[in-house]
Design a binder for this molecule. Structure first.
Ligand SMILES: Cc1cc2nc3c(=O)[nH]c(=O)nc-3n(C[C@H](O)[C@H](O)[C@H](O)COP(=O)(O)O)c2cc1C
Length: 386
């Protein structure tokens, strides 16, 4: 006998109940998917760095050193680097597929980011018992670090690498005691790099005017906002899938579904952003501008090294820091900013604020295997030997 399947006929009330239940399930499912309670962000972010064992082969030690390099500060957390290992040499290459054409059209900040990674790499190499020798990029497109054996030197700066972070919150307004500031100011300077500390209220207010103006111009620029959105990770699912970019909670923002976050950011009024950053800047203990004599790749790399050194030293002293680079990123403001602080021919590269605050969630990094160019090194060694 043929069985015909008939749908049960529902009363209007039952139909509405079913619709509400289905809608509830869909929303619940969507929220669950966005907030993914089964994903352990903290565990991923706290990824332990491997101690660099003396008895390991050099190539293994070099890979452990690269983990420290990748924990460096870098623009928009694009991690714009690739590495190769060949015998006693590590090379750091730019990854131009991760450049930021709107905010950083000349790749200045990209090379600064490579300098930050270089500084961490040098500290790790020294801790592992090597004396590093650096060849800076000129016409070459890479930074070369050659290692020779030495006595291991584990420094407070090296120990601070896994703890350092960009802390973008409002600080508590407490001043950094003079003795600690002296320790920061005593840091060795890279050749051609200097630090211009903004000490007086007038200097700080002047810097703030430029930060405001920079924010107004950047947030009024659709291309800037689109580029920023591309690198924003609005919830931990997005952050953990990409292992790069700016995760909301690292900037003190709540987790939201991606579509909602994009609407929020697109509708941010330039003045809103300027006001929020003004509050953060005013809550800081002080600020410092990293300045270079010239404006080319090697100088940018050294500026990055100097910034990383500075922020590691601050981390070791429990001082938090963050960057507000708007006045340097907006081309028309950079020259005015330079004149306002009588830098003469010296060029501002980064504007750092510092002070005291609770730590924020850490940002993620791609694993070393994803940034190590194994094949390229092999091909290079074959072509050299053949
Ligand atoms: C060259 C450069 C420019 C940066 N500019 C800014 C900035 O203007 N505003 C900001 O909040 N963070 C800025 N950062 C910080 C990065 O966003 C941060 O290092 C990255 O997201 C990784 O996070 P972490 O430093 O906490 O590890 C900059 C970092 C570098 C190296």
């Amino acid at each position: 006998m043929n069985k015909t399947h008939t749908f049960p006929s529902l009363s209007r009330r039952d139909f509405l109940k079913l619709t509400a239940a289905t809608g509830g399930l869909a929303i619940g499912g969507h929220l669950l998917d966005t907030f993914s309670p089964w994903l352990d962000y903290e565990e991923q972010a706290a990824q332990p760095v491997q101690p660099i064992a003396q008895e390991e082969p050099m190539s293994q030690q070099m890979q452990s050193m690269l983990r420290f390099a990748t924990l460096a500060a870098n623009g928009h957390n694009t991690q714009p680097w690739k590495f190769s290992i060949h015998q006693d040499t590590i090379e750091i290459y730019p990854d131009y597929s991760r450049q930021l054409p709107v905010v950083d059209p000349n790749n200045r900040e990209l090379w600064i980011s490579l300098g930050c990674a270089l500084e961490n790499l040098l500290l790790a190499a020294k801790a592992a018992g090597y004396a590093p020798e650096v060849a800076y990029p000129d016409v070459d497109e890479s930074i070369r670090v050659r290692l020779s054996s030495d006595t291991p030197q584990t420094t407070a700066l090296f120990n601070a690498i896994p703890l350092r972070q960009t802390t973008r919150s409002v600080y508590d307004g407490q001043p950094v005691p003079a003795a600690d500031l002296d320790k920061v100011q005593a840091l060795p300077l890279e050749p051609g790099v200097s630090l211009h500390y903004l000490m007086t209220p007038t200097e700080l207010e002047t810097a703030l005017e430029y930060i405001n103006e920079g924010n107004l111009r950047q947030y009024a620029n659709r291309a800037f906002v689109d580029e920023l959105i591309f690198w924003l990770r609005f919830n931990k699912k997005e952050a953990m899938a990409a292992l790069d970019g700016l995760y909301s909670r690292c900037s003190g923002n709540p987790e939201v579904p991606g579509w909602l976050g994009r609407i929020f950011v697109k509708s941010t009024k330039p003045q809103q952003q300027a006001d929020a950053d003004a509050k953060k800047f005013r809550s800081s203990s002080g600020a410092v501008v990293i300045v270079t004599d010239t404006d080319e790749k090697a100088a940018w790399v050294r500026a990055g090294q100097q910034y990383e050194r500075l922020t590691l030293q601050m981390t070791a002293l429990n001082i938090k820091s963050a960057l507000l680079n708007q006045p340097i990123e907006v081309a028309e403001l950079r020259g005015q900013f330079q004149s306002a602080f009588n830098l003469e021919t010296r060029l501002p590269q980064l504007l750092v604020r510092y002070g005291y605050a609770q730590p924020m969630p850490r940002s993620l990094r791609r694993p070393v295997e994803q940034v190590l160019m194994v094949e390229k090194t092999d091909a290079w060694s074959i072509s050299v030997s053949g």
